[in-house]
Write a protein that binds this ligand. Structure first.
Ligand SMILES: Cc1cc2nc3c(=O)[nH]c(=O)nc-3n(C[C@H](O)[C@H](O)[C@H](O)COP(=O)(O)OP(=O)(O)OC[C@H]3O[C@@H](n4cnc5c(N)ncnc54)[C@H](O)[C@@H]3O)c2cc1C
Length: 287
């Protein structure tokens, strides 16, 4: 319940935040919504000597359409995502995903950038961003670099972020009109992390699948892109045989850890089932 003592910093600009993080090094952590970092500090799993609050940097928050993409500021809250008309119109998968995260209070504070930067395989945004083929703008003392979602997640709590770097913006390609979507999450109760979940985008060409994107939550050390399952679906009808094959191929890449949510076999089976359900719902929404 009681975190270790720390110094609090509230820079008013991104440049100041990065300068602080670089100067303070390993002793400092960015603070976003605080709903993963503070719980870890209260349990003393993390004890940073400095917190650099990103909450007073206005240009880190908001959603804008830029070319064929939506640019989402890292400090945009889950609640902002849930209620964004632009997002609902252009990338409804992220609205459905954000609604499945935590609870109203946590969603008022928790940010999409924090959810991604935390690197917890239990978090939902990583697989959503993998399914959407998003890219992350990361800024450090040396300037900005872009990292594809597929290269960002490296292991439990390990990402491509280097010390002194801030995730500033997520660039989400807008799926073509008519793309179906679904995020199917199995959880024990509201606010629980997924036992297994699947994010799906589906494009149809008449009755045949033109393209499928499938990513899985909490069934491996990182979010997983089910590439073989995606490939197996192209050019086919979404019939029972295709669903069974896609679910099977998705299950084959899973490597879940046993915990209070179930053993590895159960979680793997549920990843297959979530894949199947997400495909069916995405199909019903595709035009
Ligand atoms: C009861 C409860 C239920 C929850 N359920 C879910 C759930 O179902 N699904 C889910 O996905 N999440 C869930 N969460 C986690 C929640 O969504 C967190 O808010 C989220 O994981 C982290 O976002 P944050 O903005 O709170 O980040 P913080 O907790 O402030 O930071 C998390 C980590 O990321 C780093 N960081 C944050 N922002 C940046 C940045 N811009 N650049 C670089 N590093 C950064 C911090 O230094 C820290 O290490 C839950 C949390 C609670 C308390």
């Amino acid at each position: 319940m009681i975190p270790s003592a720390f110094e609090y910093h509230a820079p008013a600009s991104l440049a100041d935040a990065i300068a602080l993080l670089v100067r303070l090094g390993d002793d400092a952590r960015p603070l976003a919504g605080g709903h993963s970092l503070l719980p870890m500090m209260k349990l003393r799993f993390a004890a940073p000597a400095h917190l650099v609050d990103l909450g007073r940097i206005p240009d880190l928050r908001g959603i804008a359409e830029v070319g064929g993409a939506l640019h989402v500021g890292a400090m945009t809250t889950e609640n902002d995502l849930v209620w964004s008309k632009l997002l609902a119109e252009k990338v409804p998968l992220l609205v459905e995903g954000a609604r499945a995260i935590a609870d109203p209070q946590v969603r008022y504070r928790g940010t999409v950038g924090g959810d991604l930067a935390h690197g917890d395989p239990g978090n939902d945004h990583p697989a959503l961003m993998l399914a959407l083929d998003a890219a992350f703008a990361v800024r450090g003392a040396g300037g900005e670099r872009m990292v594809a979602a597929a290269d960002f997640f490296q292991g439990p709590y390990m990402t491509a972020l280097q010390p002194g770097e801030v995730l500033t913006r997520i660039e989400v390609p807008i799926p073509p009109p008519g793309t179906g979507w679904a995020y199917e999450k199995l959880k024990r109760k509201i606010g629980d992390f997924a036992t297994a979940a699947a994010a799906v985008l589906l494009r149809m060409d008449g009755e045949r699948i033109a393209a499928a994107s499938i990513a899985l939550t909490n069934v491996g050390a990182t979010p997983l892109k089910a590439r073989d399952a995606e490939q197996a679906l192209v050019g086919r009808r979404l019939d029972e045989a295709a669903l069974t094959e896609a679910a099977q191929l998705a299950m084959e890449i899973c490597d879940p850890v046993a915990d209070q949510r179930g053993d590895a076999d159960y979680k793997r089976a549920m990843a297959g089932e979530m894949t199947r359900r997400a495909l069916l719902r995405a199909r019903s929404r595709a035009a």
